[in-house]
Design a protein. Structure first.
Length: 222
């Protein structure tokens, strides 16, 4: 009996807090709609249309400087943005769902608020994944990972019509600079040749990087 009274007290306090925050969420959702000029996002758990892309994940890139942020910048597949206020209300929605005494209409209201704060909705486009894989291979090649192996898997939550793209990466060895060779110097003036004899922008044995090659070319002809 005591447990039930305590639970009811918690529910009442959550209800009061929800009512106060609901007005803030409605104002925030209204401002977002005015800024984007779009209608409200589709309701959750929709079973039609393409699944919403909620994340792009990478596994196997922990050993290099190519972290998730760098790799995501190379691809066209972008997940749905998650505003901070939406993450806050998502926590409340999860609390409501976990409480068996919470009325269903209040759960629905909370989830409606969460949906109204979804931000820039983006959806899964399988046609982009092959292009994205090519771009990822290019960036790895630019950093000397010439044997990188890439694969991906699409994980779909059919109940919520959401998806995650997960890339599996085997980076392989990183190639180093085995030597520096300049061709065609016999046809240029001696003062230009002297520039090539100065210390290079990178050294033999350094990790290969296309950026270093470009910088060396710019240094030599400056």
């Amino acid at each position: 009996m005591i447990d039930r009274i305590d639970t009811c007290h918690i529910v009442r306090r959550l209800t009061t807090l929800f009512r106060c925050m609901l007005m803030l969420a409605m104002v925030g959702g209204s401002l977002c709609a005015q800024q984007t000029g779009s209608d409200a996002p589709p309701p959750r758990n929709t079973a039609t249309g393409r699944p919403q892309l909620i994340n792009v994940e990478f596994e196997g890139n922990d050993e290099s400087d190519l972290n998730d942020k760098v790799l995501k910048a190379q691809i066209k597949s972008k997940p749905t943005e998650k505003p901070t206020i939406r993450r806050i209300f998502t926590i409340f929605a999860n609390v409501y769902d976990a409480n068996p005494l919470m009325p269903q209409y209040m759960r629905d209201e909370m989830h409606a608020v969460v949906d109204s704060l979804a931000g820039d909705l983006r959806y899964l486009n399988p046609r982009l994944l092959k292009e994205d894989t090519i771009e990822l291979r290019k960036i790895y090649d630019q950093f000397g990972y010439h044997e990188v192996q890439l694969d991906y898997r699409i994980v779909i939550d059919t109940a919520k019509n959401r998806s995650v793209v997960r890339y599996f990466i085997d980076e392989g060895p990183r190639y180093t600079n085995a030597g520096i060779t300049y061709l065609g110097l016999e046809e240029v003036p001696d003062y230009v040749v002297e520039r090539f004899r100065e210390p290079a922008a990178f050294q033999v044995g350094d990790d290969y990087s296309t950026t270093d090659v470009v910088n060396e070319s710019a240094r030599a002809v400056a």
